[in-house]
Design a protein. Sequence first.
Length: 364
Amino acid sequence: MIRKLVNIILLCLQVIGEESFMIKFRNNNMNGGNNAAYTRYEKLCTNCSNIHIGSFEGIVGKFELNTLKSMYFDEFVEAISLDRNIEAASVQNFAPKHLARISQRHRILRHQTMDYVYENHTSTVYLLDSGICSNCSEFGDRVISSENQRKEEFSEHGTEVASILGGETLGAAKNAIMIDYKVLNENGRGKMSDVLLALEEIIEKKVNGVILLPFVGRRNFILDSAISEMVEAGFIVVAAAGNYQADACLFSPSGSSSVITVGSVDVTTDELAPFSNYGPCVNLYADGVNLETMTTNGSVTLQSGTSFSAALVAGVASSVFTLNSTMGGNLNEIITEIRTPKAGSKNLRQFDHEIRILSYLAKD
């Protein structure tokens, strides 16, 4: 009730009719046959989309103020939220050797041998970003566009993240089949409702794998609830911690206990990156400072940000997930498998916790 009260106060401050809202119904309301509330609000909704993700049932669309007020008093409505913005978690900068750090348990040293040890098998990763350049040579024929997306719909951020995730020379999972969902525009912005629609389409495919969410928005119960359903269904969800130098628990999806939240370190020092979010919601860290990424024109550029750290983790997690299919959505087992036992950092700001860095098949 408090959650709905806070949301309804915020809603009244908005220009009703111009904004889209996300509505979550209580679990099992639809499945129990009592769908009167659902039917009623569907009729009062414009530009409406129905969301079904496991036991998660909701509606996204535009509603009149009186309708929103009636939802507040409706026992079948669990949460009401503005369709909030999400932003890509990336910072322009320059790059060290991000793959070599995965294959060792210590920081990158000058003049050392840069080897990356990985498992050469096929995995499935769903990337929700700004679109991937499917014709770029780095990906071969391993990019599959989602049902409602044209192959020419892509931009730099999505392609660069994909190159770290599954690029032939730059990527952590070199044989990953990447399912491309465009939820961000060319400026790295989008709506949470588009994420919900993508998750709905993914769960309907019934092909489990890793889902990469390289963006953050303000903490949102509805988005976090939908993601929890994906994990319950057997998916592994990896999220960027965000680039606000703040507590990752304040954002979604990074604050969700159902995801693997990834922050950034500089692997030349193994210190927390100056832009990275941090805190108890961050499960592990990976290189996020000065990574070589591939652009849509095939050239290599240098980028920084927790989006790219999350892409590294998603690539490695997809390998572990594929080899150990009995894990299902067991987050703790996946995380334990792919991070160092301990790595110290002097740059932890307000939180006194150990930084554990992405490390898999390490030689030492």
